[in-house]
Ligand binder design. Structure first.
Ligand code: ADP
Length: 380
C-alpha cells in the first residue's frame, strides 16, 4: 500500500464543490495529487485539481472506475453511489468515511436508529412509510416531519403545527420527530484516523437573525455552559469511536432550554460550521481530514483567535456573472479573510463564498461581521 509520503500518492474526491476545493488547497501542501469526480464541467474544483473527471458520483460504474485509480477515496457530498464504494472497499481500497457510514447518514431514519442503538441523545421519533400512517397514531402538535432521504439545507424538513399543515406533509418515508425547545444550535467537528486517534475542534454556535429566523453567522468559541460543551465533545467522541469512524465528522446539535445537548444530524465530511478553522485554528478542518484519511497524526485543533464566519450568498434579484460589491473596503479591516469559491454565475441565495472574521475579542468580530452582512453583496 502506497503511503502519502510517496510521490504520486493519489487522493480521489467524490464531488467538486467548494468543500473539495478547500481540501485541495491543503493537499497541495503535502504534494498529494488530487482527482475529482463531478458532473458539472466548471465545478469549483475543475480548475484546481490535478485531474478533473466530468461524470456522475451517483453512477455505479463512474465511481468504480474513478476509485480504482486512487490510493484513498473521500467525499465532499454524501449523496454518492455507495454500492460502488462498498465494492472498492471490498477490493482493498481505502474509502474514508467508510461506505457503510455514508449509507447510514444518507437516510435520516437510519441515522436516528444509530443514535437510539448507541444511546446518543436525540429527539424522540418514529418512522413512517407514508403520511397516511400519521392518522393511525397522530403525534401531538407541533411535531417535525423529515424526509428520510434527499433533503438538505432545511429542504425536506417541516414543522406540522395543526391539521391544516398536515395537508402539506411530504409523501414517502419520513422521520416523525418531537419538536425540541431549542435554546441554541451548536456543532462539533471531530476527526478520527485509522490508528484510533480522536481530536475535536472547539464548539461552534449559530447565530440566528431574530426577524428572518435564518442563520446569520457562525462563531467560535460558543457561549454555552461548560457542562454542555463537555457533553457535546463526549457525544462526538462516542459516535466516532463506537462506529470505528475514519475521517472528519460534523455533528449538529441542539442545546435545549433545560440545558440538554441533543444530536440533530451529522455529516461525514468538511462542513460549513468548520470554515473558520482555516484562519482561526492551528489546523484547519481540511488539513485534519487529509491527516485522518492518509494515516498522518492528527493536528492540533486549538482555537488561536475567536472567529465569526458568514456565508456569501448570491443577492436576491440578481442572476448572471458574479460581481463582488464592497470587497475593497472590507479587506481594509484587520482579520477579515475572503474565500471565493470560483463560481462564475450567481443566483439568489447560491453559496458563492464565505468570509471569516478573526479578532482577539469575539464581540468585536461579531460586530464586524454584522457590518459586512450589510456592506458586502454578490450581485450580477
Ligand atoms: P437539513 O438536513 O436539511 O439541514 P435539519 O435536520 O438540520 O435539516 O433541520 C433544519 C433545521 O430545522 C434545524 O437547523 C432546526 O432549526 C430545525 N429542526 C430540525 N429538527 C428539529 C426538531 N426536532 N425540533 C425543532 N427544530 C428542529
Amino acid at each position: 500500500m502506497k503511503s502519502f509520503y510517496n510521490k504520486n500518492y493519489r487522493l480521489g474526491i467524490l464531488g467538486g464543490g467548494q468543500l473539495g476545493r478547500m481540501l485541495i488547497q491543503e493537499a497541495i501542501n503535502y504534494d498529494v495529487r488530487v482527482a475529482v469526480l463531478d458532473p458539472t464541467p466548471d465545478a469549483p474544483c475543475s480548475a484546481v485539481s490535478h485531474e478533473f473527471v466530468c461524470g456522475s458520483f451517483n453512477d455505479y460504474q463512474s465511481v468504480l472506475d474513478f476509485g480504482q485509480r486512487a490510493d484513498v477515496i473521500t467525499i465532499e457530498i454524501e449523496h454518492v453511489n455507495v454500492e460502488a464504494l462498498l465494492e472498492l472497499e471490498k477490493a482493498g481500497k481505502k474509502v474514508f468515511p467508510k461506505p457503510s457510514f455514508i449509507q447510514m447518514v444518507q437516510d435520516k431514519g437510519l441515522q436516528k436508529k444509530f443514535y437510539a442503538d448507541h444511546q446518543i441523545p436525540t429527539a424522540p421519533f418514529h418512522l413512517i412509510n407514508d403520511k397516511s400512517e400519521l392518522s393511525d397514531h397522530m403525534p401531538t402538535f407541533p411535531f417535525v416531519l423529515k424526509s428520510r432521504t434527499g433533503g438538505y439545507d432545511g429542504k425536506g424538513v417541516m414543522v406540522i403545527r395543526n391539521t391544516d399543515d398536515l395537508k402539506l406533509a411530504f409523501s414517502g418515508p419520513c422521520v416523525v420527530e418531537e419538536m425540541v425547545n431549542i435554546q441554541k444550535e451548536i456543532a462539533v467537528i471531530v476527526a478520527r484516523n485509522e490508528q484510533g486517534e480522536i481530536a475535536h475542534f472547539p464548539l461552534v454556535e449559530m447565530e440566528f437573525n431574530p426577524e428572518a429566523n435564518l442563520v446569520e453567522f457562525l462563531f467560535s468559541p460558543a457561549s454555552v455552559p461548560v457542562e454542555a460543551e463537555r457533553e457535546a465533545y463526549q457525544i462526538a467522541h462516542k459516535i466516532v469511536s463506537e462506529s470505528d469512524f475514519v475521517g472528519l465528522l460534523a455533528v449538529e446539535m441542539f442545546l435545549d432550554h433545560h440545558g440538554n445537548v441533543i444530536v440533530n444530524e451529522m455529516a461525514p465530511r468538511p462542513h460549513n460550521s468548520g470554515h473558520h478553522t482555516i484562519e482561526a485554528c492551528a489546523t484547519s478542518q481540511y488539513g485534519q481530514l487529509l491527516r485522518a484519511i492518509t494515516g498522518m497524526p492528527l493536528g492540533n485543533t486549538e482555537l488561536i483567535r475567536p472567529a465569526v464566519m458568514i456565508n456569501l450568498l448570491g443577492e436576491k434579484g440578481y442572476s448572471g456573472m458574479a460581481v463582488y460589491e464592497g470587497m475593497n473596503d472590507a479587506l481594509k479591516i484587520p482579520g477579515v479573510f475572503f474565500h471565493l469559491y470560483g463560481k462564475s454565475e450567481t443566483k439568489p441565495f447560491r453559496k458563492m463564498g464565505h468570509i471569516t472574521v478573526t479578532s482577539p475579542n469575539l464581540e468585536e468580530a461579531k460586530s464586524t461581521a454584522r457590518g459586512l452582512l450589510q456592506s458586502v453583496r454578490v450581485i450580477a
